[in-house]
Design a protein around this ligand. Structure first.
Ligand code: PLP
Length: 509
């Protein structure tokens, strides 16, 4: 991000990009040679052969600063300069975190600090089965059977546990694809997948671009259709790229979409026709906060079109608000895949005492249903309603969805030239004013001007964020536009806060 901004500030039109269609050595010589030309607009980007396509948000460095390390391989050099899309924002967040009364720790799940959660017995301190301790795999199987509404009990031997879904993406990409092969994914998508799939395994990502237009078979903005998947797959094949798998995110990050049963069936049938594995990421499955919306897990389907090629992941980072614990799980009926991923778990294992903690957490169904999920859904719904009502008041368009922690908002009308460079400048402006949003490019969105706001926070903190957002971050023309609208906001509630919280205020929005 920094390099793009530096370049755009200095008037340079070329921005360095990680050429992900290339292999590590080629990518490295592009950087070293300052190949440039990586930014460009979408038309130009899409027109390029996949093998030359580069995308300029993830995995880039400032070419002026780049020094090839003699100690590292080509792969190591790429990892060394790779900057994840959110890294700079998170660094800024952690360096200057908002803290009301010395950090009351709103996001920590108190359940995990109970005494019955902690155990340090010898069996937990030895090397485990790399797929995870059986007590935990059994608990996960019961948990998924119940929450995914599986038609028959899921089996513990099909469960693998490891340190997060990010690691699971790396492990699956490695065992399903050879270097240079590809997985298909619809954009916009959670940007960490690039890091997991490309950086670790040198596996390419082939994009099915979704956009806001309602055309053809689309009936809603950013709708994933089989038609779009087919096109992306055929384009990749025409360029000689071997696609091995399809990634589905359900609920979707950043869109918040949840797929209907018939949509899910269509995607799985498409994958079966083309002998693609399907990696289904259901990490937000318990974060569907509106009763009117129904989430369908792939594990709840009566019949899977291709069970041996269907692999489902879930984790506790989101649904239990404990991303620091590092726990993710895979359910697959394919024992070859399970064993291969299990071997890689040597590098991605969960330590024994944490396995005990997680089993205790998942076991307490009464607490989860009666206490935790009720409170969590009510809070998510209230925060979502607050943020979306404010967006409506401000006339900012957004996708109104019922799952996840985020709203996908449309700032396109506030970009003068409608480019990703301008989108970055707006992102930077927010960050400089201590509001951390994620811009669309971080999710490989094909249209400049879309942003993701995280709304999962307390209302007064959202109000503070909104204040900084409106009155410090936005360009003057936006402010003029908002000026009258701002009268609608009850500013009196902000006055006491302005002086006490600014400048050290920083909230993730
Ligand atoms: C869709 C999705 N999958 C996976 C992850 C990573 O999960 P974990 O913390 O288990 O590595 C995230 C994190 O934001 C996500 O949004």
């Amino acid at each position: 991000m920094l390099s793009i901004l530096k370049q755009s500030h200095s008037g340079s039109s070329s921005s360095l990009a990680m050429p992900r269609g290339l292999d590590f050595s080629q990518a490295l010589s592009e950087i070293a040679g300052m190949g440039g030309g990586g930014g460009g607009d979408l038309q130009e980007l899409r027109a390029r052969p996949l093998t030359e396509r580069r995308v300029d948000m993830h995995g880039f460095c400032n070419p002026g600063d780049f020094q090839r390390s003699p100690y590292l391989s080509a792969r190591g050099n790429i990892a060394n300069v790779f900057r994840g899309s959110t890294e700079e924002g998170y660094k800024a967040y952690h360096a200057d975190k908002y803290d009301e009364d010395k950090n009351p720790n709103v996001s920590e799940n108190p359940k995990l600090t109970q005494t019955d959660m902690n155990l340090m017995e010898p069996p937990l301190l030895q090397y485990p089965d790399w797929k995870g301790h059986m007590f935990l795999r059994e608990e996960v199987a019961r948990f998924l059977t119940y929450y995914c509404k599986a038609p028959a009990p899921l089996k513990a031997e099909n469960v693998i546990v490891l340190n997060g879904c990010g690691s699971l993406f790396s492990a699956l990409a490695t065992v399903l694809c050879d270097p240079g092969e590809a997985v298909l994914i619809a954009t916009p998508f959670y940007g960490g997948i690039t890091q997991s799939v490309f950086l670790y395994g040198n596996v390419k990502l082939v994009y099915a671009y979704l956009d806001s237009k309602i055309t053809g078979t689309s009936t809603r903005p950013f709708q994933l259709t089989v038609e779009k998947l087919e096109k992306a797959l055929q384009d990749a094949r025409a360029e000689g790229v071997t696609v091995r798998a399809l990634i589905l995110l359900n609920p979707q990050n950043p869109l918040g979409d949840i797929y209907s049963l018939s949509e899910l069936r269509d995607y799985l049938e498409f994958a079966k026709r083309h002998e693609l594995h399907v990696i289904v990421d259901e990490i937000y499955m318990l974060s569907v906060f509106d009763e009117s919306a129904t989430f369908h897990s792939v594990l709840g389907m009566d019949r899977l079109p291709d069970p041996q090629r269907t692999h489902v992941m879930w984790g506790i980072s989101k649904d239990f608000a404990v991303s620091g614990i590092r726990f993710g799980t895979l359910y697959t009926e394919n024992q070859d895949v399970a064993n291969a991923v299990g071997s890689l778990c040597y590098f991605h294992g969960v330590c024994g005492p944490v396995q005990h903690k997680v089993a205790q957490l998942l076991r307490d169904r009464d607490w989860i249903n009666q206490v935790y999920l009720r409170a969590n859904h009510a809070r998510l719904k209230a925060a979502h309603t607050y943020v979306t009502d404010e967006l409506k008041t401000l006339g900012v368009p957004f996708l109104n969805r019922n799952a996840g922690f985020f709203v996908w908002i449309d700032f396109r009308k506030y970009l003068r030239t409608g480019t990703f460079e301008e989108e970055m400048l707006l992102w930077r402006r927010f960050l400089d004013n201590k509001v951390l949003l994620s811009c669309g490019k971080a999710f490989e969105c094909s249209e400049p001007g879309w942003f993701r706001i995280i709304f999962a926070d307390k209302t007064h903190r959202l109000q503070l964020g909104e204040y900084c957002f409106l009155f410090f971050s936005l360009p003057p023309e936006f402010l003029q536009h908002c000026f009258l609208l701002s009268l609608i906001l009850d500013l009196s509630c902000y006055y006491p806060l302005i002086f006490s919280v600014f400048p050290p205020f920083l909230s993730i929005l």
